[in-house]
Structure formats: structure tokens, C-alpha cells
Write a protein that binds this ligand. Sequence first.
Ligand code: ADP
Ligand code: MG
Length: 339
Amino acid sequence: MSGIIQLLPDHVANQIAAGEVVQRPASVVKELVENAVDAKASEIKLVVKDAGKTLIQVIDNGVGMNVTDARLCFERHATSKIKHAEDLFALHTKGFRGEALASIAAVAHVEMKTKQDQQELGTHIIIEGSKFVSQEVAVVPKGTSFLVKNLFFNIPARRNFLKSDNIELKHIIDEFERVAMAHPSIHFIMISNGSEVFNLPSSNYRQRIVNIFGGKTNEKLVPVNEETEIVSVTGFVGKPEFSKKTRSEQFFFVNDRFIKSGFLHHAIMSAYEGLLRTNDQPSYFLFLQVPRHTIDINIHPTKTEIKFDDEQALYAILRSTIKHSLGMFNVVPALDFER
Ligand code: ADP
Ligand code: MG
């Protein structure tokens, strides 16, 4: 006797998964740019039209894919980045779920060109709503380019739910800046509706931050450097007198990945105790490296949350390191500079 349960066809499963991975154009940007970083590109170019609603293109000069992988990369759970469950606790790449490309291809028109360095010819694939439209051998440069058009063409509800171009572009820029900050040695370019938004040459953390947030940022950055067995911290905290009313310049990166953590934020704020006026928000750009096995990144598909083995120790180290850095720069208490 047959039951009523069915296995969902792949294109339906992909569309459901896409709901988690691809919320808006900025999610596509994040996934494609992270893939380019994982592909060891030294230059990554992002082109968007109409805040990504019409077109998103990411071009990299990374390792590229051979013809077999070029086809496979669009399958769900297809990844070159992990093989075993244990690998989840020793991640050295941004990706590992093997879901992004399958999800994006399920809800958009995607055109990919890719070639490995040693190959004469590359591969050109078109896939629309999980259906392969064409696959050809083609003359293409080394590396990979993804062109994503008509996002959510088959999910009108999602498409209608998108915000104005200004807001969607802001989300794209946020994602772009986060990856660019974490990887200052990579040359990043961003073009929106034909105009250059960013051209960030290969540099170091300080220069990258200044290139993104403007020349005035330089003077407010106090360097932070600490190395312990649990964590190594580098980066910058802002001098208190340059604090803002918003949290727009507060960034944590853990093992080169942007993360959100109310808990770590609290550690920073406690280091500034007595130095800020009420509601002031200090700037901080902190790059933490922790042993890979001491964190769990696999909590949410967008990977912006993370679980640490020893949060208490991390809190204490951050707090004291930042206090020390602020002290070294003779930062004066708020009461003094208010006079
Ligand atoms: P994940 O990044 O989690 O592995 P994706 O769906 O994002 O999953 O990508 C699937 C696979 O396609 C990757 O593991 C990688 O092998 C390949 N790939 C994706 N983007 C690129 C790129 N820009 N250059 C080279 N290979 C890529
Ligand atoms: Mg990926």
C-alpha cells in the first residue's frame, strides 16, 4: 500500500532552501563575493544594476572550475570545501554548505563563465530557475564570472517584498564592505548603475578601513594588538571623542568572517566605561583569530552568528586589551573633554 509522503523534486527543494539563503540582492552579493574569496582571487569586481534587482555580476580572477565542477556547482550540497562532518570544526573557507549556487540558480537567471589557469578553453553555462538552458565550451578569461539577472522572477511575493533601490543598495554595500574589510590584500571594485562606488587597492587593515570610511577615519584609530592561546586580536578602536550616535562603525571579524555578537559588543562597551557620554557609540574594527575547533559557525545559513567555546575568557581578554590600548593613547575621561 502506498502512503501519502513524497520526496520533493530537486527544483522545489532548491526553491525552499533559497528562501533561507537568498533573502534579497545583498544575499546574492555576499555568497558570490565569498565564493570568489574562497577561490583565492586577488581581484574581485562587483557590478550591480538597480540595486541588484536587474543585475548582479561578480567577476574574479581565482582558480576557476573545470567543466565537471562547473556543472556540479549548481547542485544542492555540492561543495569542494568540506568532505566530512569533522571538517565543520576546522573550517578555513567562507563557504561549506554547498547551498548558495543551487539556491541562487533556483530563483534567478544565472550565467556563469569559468576557466582554470592551465585550461585553454573555459565553460559557459546558463541556468534559469534550476533548469540548465545551455552549456558551451568558450573562450573566457582565467577565473569565474557569475551574472545573476531577474532575481525572484519565479517568486513574485518575494520580489514585491524588496525595498526601494536605496535601501537594497545599502544592504549590498554593507555586505561588500564587510568582505572587503576582512580581506584587505584583495583588490575590490564595485560599480553601481555604471558608476564606481569603490576601488580598493590591495593594502593592509588600516588603509582598507580608511579607503572605505574616508580619510578622516585615520586619526581616530587606536591600534589593538593582543595574542593569547584563546584568541589573537588585531585591529582598531576609535578614540572616545570621535564616537558616533549610531553603531555604523562597529565591526567584529572572527577568522576573517564578519559576525554579530551582542556579547562581544558588551565587552567593548565595558572597556570604554567612563569614557563615553550617554548613548555614544565608539567605532571599532576588530579582527579576532581563534583556533578553528573552538567555534561553531554552522548555526544559521548566513553564518553571521557564531558560538564560542569559552565566551567568558574571550570577554575578559577583549575588555582588558581594549582598556590597555585606550590607556596607552592617553585617552582622557569624557568629563574632561566636555568642558
Ligand atoms: P560552498 O561555497 O558552500 O561550497 P556554493 O554553492 O557557494 O557552496 O559553491 C559550490 C562550489 O562551487 C564551491 O564549493 C566551489 O567549489 C565552486 N565555486 C563557486 N564559486 C566559485 C568561484 N567563484 N570560483 C571557483 N569555484 C567556485
Ligand atoms: Mg559559497
